[in-house]
Design a protein around this ligand. Structure first.
Ligand code: NAD
Ligand code: IPM
Ligand code: MN
Length: 368
């Protein structure tokens, strides 16, 4: 299979973890006989430095033309005081909006080898297997006006949604629940916000088309509490943009580290942008110690969902599991008895597991 992959490493640890994902993908390409062609482009702070804007036209064009997009992370203190249009995060928001990537899928599944890595008790995290479906191109992030007024002494941000924007993400929530344990938690703030009351109405309307799905409505503040006291009670969560952003970072605690979580941002025709949910981690950038696994798992997410390469995606995920089972971990994972490794070493261990698997598969083939 021949695929054109747009790589957007970004800032901070972005390029460090992107290198890991690229190396692992190259091994997959060799072992499974695929041709992955990488096209690297600028986004975020480095694009502001080089082009004066966080999402140069050529980056957007390449992203639209390729078969899938892999993104590291954007942002950092260097650009914090830039005007809004030159903030790295604007590049990320613009690529999501321009490409219409309205559905952000954030799976949170405990890896057994990491059961002791979470600060939460083992019996609480044990059976966690959640997917958060986050609306990605509307709400407070994009509503206008968003500005300071009255000499900087008053401010307005706008939370606005069109009905179709709520409908399509809520449908995605139901479809996802149907492919899983058929339990959908819709998270809102309907006791206060009009937008949430409209959201809840639409969830109720759509529920009629999915009689097999059990639907529950949970207010966002209570959902935040329940996520860490009883994560096993969730299956599929569907929610608007800002709530989904906050709840997914919180949910990462279940897996032991923010550095573990991948995500996919997709639209109806299947084009996908795959990125870890974490940021550019300026506090550890350049040290070679970032956890590359959220990025590597984003690449396997891409193989499965954009390219239909199920076997290859499974092989990558198995290799990650094996590396962790052998006790290897980066500094963000609090594992007492393991072996602390760098980004590069972790990547090499994952590649080692991948190669060992294919050698043993070859041996199996020889005997069939
Ligand atoms: P962050 O996610 O970058 O970091 C939060 C904490 O988690 C830090 O202590 C960091 O060291 C740690 N961490 C994150 N990823 C890690 C990894 N892979 N391995 C080890 N440790 C990891 O969030 P922040 O510090 O609030 O934000 C930093 C910058 O990143 C900001 O400019 C923010 O806007 C941006 N950001 C970008 C994205 C994105 O590109 N998708 C997401 C979130 C934040
Ligand atoms: C994320 C990030 C982004 C968001 C920022 C960097 C704009 O936090 O992808 O979760 O809030 O969506
Ligand atoms: Mn976030």
């Amino acid at each position: 299979m021949k695929k054109q992959i747009t790589l957007l490493p970004g800032d901070g640890i972005g390029p460090e973890i992107m290198e890991s994902a690229k190396e692992v993908l190259q091994v997959i390409a060799e072992e499974f006989n695929h041709d992955f062609i990488f096209h690297e482009h600028a986004i975020g702070g480095n694009a502001v430095d080089a082009y004066g804007e966080p999402l140069p036209e050529e980056t957007l064009k390449a992203a639209e033309e390729g078969d899938a997009i892999l993104l590291g992370a954007v942002g950092g203190p260097k650009w914090e005081n830039h005007p809004v249009y030159q903030r790295p995060e604007q590049g990320l928001l613009k690529i999501r909006k321009s490409l219409g990537l309205f559905a952000n899928l954030r799976p949170i599944k405990l890896i057994p080898a990491l059961i002791h890595a979470s600060p939460l008790k083992e019996e609480i995290v044990a059976a966690s297997d959640i997917v958060i479906i986050r609306e990605l191109t509307g709400g407070l992030y994009f509503g206008k006006p968003s500005e300071r007024r009255n000499n900087g002494n008053s401010v307005v941000d706008t939370l606005s949604y069109e009905r179709y924007e709520m409908e399509r993400i809520i449908e995605k929530g139901f479809e996802t629940a149907m492919s899983r344990r058929k339990h959908l938690t819709s998270v809102d703030k309907a006791n206060v916000l009009e937008s949430s009351r409209m959201w809840r109405e639409i969830v109720e309307e759509k529920a009629k088309n999915y009689p097999e799905v059990t639907v529950e409505h949970v207010l966002v503040d209570a959902a935040a509490m329940k996520l860490i006291t009883n994560p096993a009670s969730f299956d599929t969560i569907v929610t608007e943009n800002l709530f989904g952003d906050i709840l997914s970072d919180e949910a990462s605690v279940i897996t032991g580290s923010l550095g573990m979580l991948p995500s996919a941002s997709v639209r109806e025709d299947g084009l996908g942008l795959y990125e870890p949910i974490h940021g550019s981690a300026p506090d550890i950038a350049g040290k070679g110690i970032a956890n590359p696994l959220g990025m590597i798992l984003s690449a396997s997410f891409m193989l499965r969902d954009s390219f239909g390469l199920e076997v290859e995606a499974n092989a990558m995920e198995q290799a990650v599991n094996e590396a962790l089972e052998q006790g290897y971990h980066t500094a963000d994972l609090d594992l007492k008895d393991g072996t602390l490794v760098s980004t590069k070493e972790m990547t090499d261990v994952v590649i080692g597991s991948l190669s060992a698997r294919s050698i043993s598969d070859d041996i199996c083939y020889m005997y069939v």
